[in-house]
Design a protein around this ligand. Structure first.
Ligand code: ADP
Ligand code: MG
Length: 617
């Protein structure tokens, strides 16, 4: 048999390597920005078109390349950064594999312009799918500009695999943040489709964080500084009360390189132990400086993971210094005496004291199962009977402490009564109390065939979801004007997200009097939304939009309705008065799809008498 092994042609090898280096436009952004930093630029511009799918361009004022270097830079394993294996252990540059430009050029149309300080004129090089199309003399300032167009033009499968522009932009911005945070001494500007997204002047670290994440960030930051033999730690952690629902603002940099480390992240969370609300995450922006010989950054192709010689010590030091800072800046639980208690209870407390006050018409004869066939009309017909009773649920929602005790006694009392009636089998349950609550989580109701167990949180989400959706679709809703507009601060990205959903938010009842670069002013809120909940709702919404993996039927309206329903629904653990329970049950069965929560989980189960009988055999 003849020899069959062949060497792969370079362009094929490059395409394969590209698979490792370039997953998406954001990977190109990362590589190009890092090259500019390695070239010691003091000012770097990033230009993006269509989430990087059409164009990623980085322009720097760094060292530039000679004519020959420009040509060589696109060869595989061509690097100016290491010369021998030993160099690997003393790395101070971002790149060193000499793979990025070769990989990128294999799968895109690349246009490079570069000029060094010494050269009179620069060089322009055009490469398409690893093939040099032209190299010419060009007039260009000192530094380098690399434009990467039509990414994956020759690999349609990869191109189709890219996510929506929203998701790809998110990834690009994440990379941009990481690089910009690691280098506050460099000016960064970013444009997307011609408009400026970030303009970050050279500054100190705190200022850089604030310039990226918005001016309200400043007051949240607690400095962390520690110097030991093993590591020098500097940076900030966010005060616990500003902890976010998303894990967005968590950054570790080791020797100015962004890294991910679940282990070190754990060190921070444990330093925050007891200080954070459930399901929130502390923000942090921490730089660790270690001797480059004690780390191995070569274990991951995109180099966001790192191996430390002595991870345990690092963990302990990190945890201790964060704890120390939180203690020193007196972050441990602060009682907020100045808080206006009215903010917490938007409805008159009198109403809450006495559970019988809410005047609710409940359709006691209503049987959701009987009327299934006429479902279309049922919803509207039923709703007519219980107009404007929504507030009653929210009275329950806002009442804390005292309220639950009150209810507890009343429920106990009434259920005792009911026990009697069950035994003599005389009084039909519906004419008395038809619902009760278990563990402040489930609402139980009797039906002809047996019983109904409703998950209160999911059920209320369904009710609110349909309500919001309806308002947004018919573009009509009630808004309550605020006497004093609320001003909320957000980062510029968050503002962008809010702008996208502004119109829909208005259909739910929000009124925006002003939207600036880093803040919004709200002059009206939906009638049943307490003022104190507004920032939570918007934060949750932004978080949901950011984390949504959009598919073809992604709808912002739907997401908004879901998100608001999630924020506003009565939670598990909330005690509901009997009228509130009944109202919830009735409203649920007034919905178009009562069986499922907006996130497709069952809202209730039924237990028939037959099933109960079986259990007693
Ligand atoms: P690496 O960064 O791993 O060395 P790259 O493929 O990213 O590999 O770049 C190859 C070489 O091209 C670099 O080593 C550097 O010499 C040169 N280079 C790339 N980008 C720039 C730039 N913006 N300015 C100056 N030189 C650059
Ligand atoms: Mg590089």
């Amino acid at each position: 048999m003849s020899d069959i092994i062949q060497l792969l042609p370079d362009h094929v090898a490059n395409q394969i390597a590209a698979g490792e280096v370039v997953q998406r436009p954001a990977s190109v952004v990362k590589e190009l920005l890092e090259n500019a930093i390695d070239a010691e630029a003091s000012s770097i511009k990033l230009l993006i078109k269509d989430a990087g799918k059409t164009l990623v361009q980085v322009i720097d004022n760094g060292s530039g390349m000679s004519v020959t270097d420009a040509r060589l830079s696109f060869e595989r394993h061509a690097t100016s950064k290491i010369r021998s294996a030993e160099d690997l252990f003393q790395l101070n540059t971002k790149g060193f594999r000499g793979e990025a430009l070769a990989s990128i050029a294999a799968i895109a149309h690349v246009e490079l312009k570069s000029k060094t300080e010494e050269d009179e004129v620069g060089t322009q090089l055009i490469i398409e799918g690893s093939e040099v199309v032209s190299q010419e003399v060009v007039v260009t300032p000192k530094g380098t500009s690399i434009a990467v167009k039509n990414l994956f033009f020759n690999i349609p499968a990869r191109r189709n695999f890219l996510k929506s522009n929203q998701v790809e932009t998110r990834h690009i911005i994440d990379e941009f943040h990481r690089v910009a945070l690691a280098h506050p001494n460099i000016q960064f500007v970013m444009y997307h489709n011609g408009s400026e997204v970030f303009n970050l002047p050279e500054s100190n670290y705190r200022q850089r964080i604030v310039n990226i994440f918005g001016s309200k960030t400043n007051e949240k930051l607690v400095p962390v500084n520690e110097e030991t033999e093993v590591v020098k730690i500097s940076g900030f952690v966010g005060k616990p009360e500003y902890a976010k629902k998303s894990r967005g603002e968590q950054f570790f940099f080791v020797n100015n390189r962004f890294i991910k480390s679940a282990y070190l992240n754990h060190a921070i969370s444990s330093a925050f132990e007891g200080l954070l609300k459930e399901s929130t995450h502390a923000s942090y922006f921490l730089n660790l400086n270690v001797n480059p010989e004690t780390i191995d950054i070569n274990i991951h192709p995109t180099k966001t993971e790192i191996k430390f010689d002595d991870e345990h010590t690092l963990y302990a030091i990190l945890r201790a210094s964060v704890k120390h800072s939180l203690g020193q800046f007196n972050i441990a639980p602060v009682l907020d005496f100045e808080r206006d208690s009215n903010l917490d209870t938007p409805y008159d407390y009198k109403d809450i004291q006495n559970p019988s006050t809410p005047n609710i018409e409940v359709d006691r004869s209503f049987n959701p199962f009987q009327e299934r066939q006429t479902s279309g009309n049922r919803a509207t017909a039923f709703k007519k009977q219980t107009p404007s009773n929504w507030d009653s649920l929210y009275v329950g929602l806002e009442s804390k402490g005292t309220k639950s005790q009150q209810d507890f006694t009343s429920v106990q009392f009434e259920s005792e009564e009911q026990t009697g009636s069950i035994f003599n089998q005389q009084t039909p349950v519906e004419t008395k109390q038809s619902t009760f609550q278990i563990q402040n989580k489930y609402v139980v109701s009797t039906i002809k065939s047996g019983m109904l167990v409703i998950d209160q949180y999911r059920a209320h989400q369904r009710v609110l979801y349909e309500d919001f959706l309806k308002n947004m679709t018919i573009k009509e809703s009630m808004s309550q004007q605020l006497l004093f507009p609320i001003q909320l601060h957000f980062s510029s990205q968050e503002i962008d997200i809010l702008k996208q959903v502004k119109e829909d938010l208005e259909y739910t009842g929000f009124l925006f009097s002003d939207i600036s670069k880093d803040s919004i002013e709200i002059s009206g809120v939906p009638v049943h939304v307490p003022e104190s909940e507004v920032s939570v709702i918007l934060e949750q919404l932004i978080n949901d939009i950011e984390n949504e993996v959009p598919d073809s039927n992604f709808s912002p309206t739907d997401l908004l309705a879901k998100s608001m329903a999630k924020s506003l629904a009565v939670k598990t653990g909330q005690s509901l008065s009997v009228p509130e329970q009944e109202h919830l049950v009735n409203s649920l069965f007034g919905c178009k799809e009562p069986n499922m929560s907006p996130t497709n989980k069952s809202t209730f189960i039924t237990l028939s008498v037959d099933e109960l009988d079986k259990k007693f055999i």
